[in-house]
Write a protein that binds this ligand. Structure first.
Ligand code: FE2
Length: 157
């Protein structure tokens, strides 16, 4: 079991989160990719059922993830390890405890700076009805469109 503090919300995503972190069921999709590769990030789909999904994100050391949102996905991002500093709509937070989490509603702008140890995040998701599930990285809008062509590598822009 992954230790966590029950979030303040009471909705279907939160109930799924609590069940997943308690029981950690493994149910990767049986069709389509289970691994998505991005420049400095690997997303592994550990669980998918209906509109609910869990992906493990493995982020290379010293990576800058620019501000963006996932318009089709409501999610909790659960810290598992490494150096992760989140930015969320004007605020920022460094997470260091296993099970610490942030709620990202669809359209919540967020980004992160990943330090020397790299980062491991569990993304517990509920997708918008009518949308085919994929990697959360495929439901992605940038806050600043000019970021699209910039490298994710910290210090490269
Ligand atoms: Fe994101």
């Amino acid at each position: 079991m992954i230790p966590f503090t029950k979030p303040e919300y009471d909705d279907s995503l939160t109930r799924f989160l609590v069940d997943y972190l308690t029981n950690e069921p493994a149910l990767p999709p049986v069709t389509g990719p289970v691994v998505h590769m991005y420049e400095r990030v690997v997303g592994s789909t550990l669980y998918r059922s209906g509109r609910q999904q869990v992906q493990l994100f493995t982020i290379m050391p010293n990576t800058e993830i620019p501000m963006h949102a996932h318009p089709d996905v409501d999610s909790y991002e659960v810290y598992l390890g490494g150096d992760i500093h989140f930015r969320i709509e004007g605020g920022s937070k460094t997470v260091t405890e296993i099970g610490a989490m942030i709620r990202l509603f669809p359209d919540t702008q967020h980004g992160a700076t990943i330090g020397q140890r790299g980062g491991l995040l569990l993304s517990v998701q509920e997708w918008r009805a009518g949308v085919d599930l994929s990697s959360i990285g495929e439901s992605w809008t940038f806050h600043d469109p000019c970021h699209v062509h910039k490298s994710f590598e910290a210090g490269a822009h």
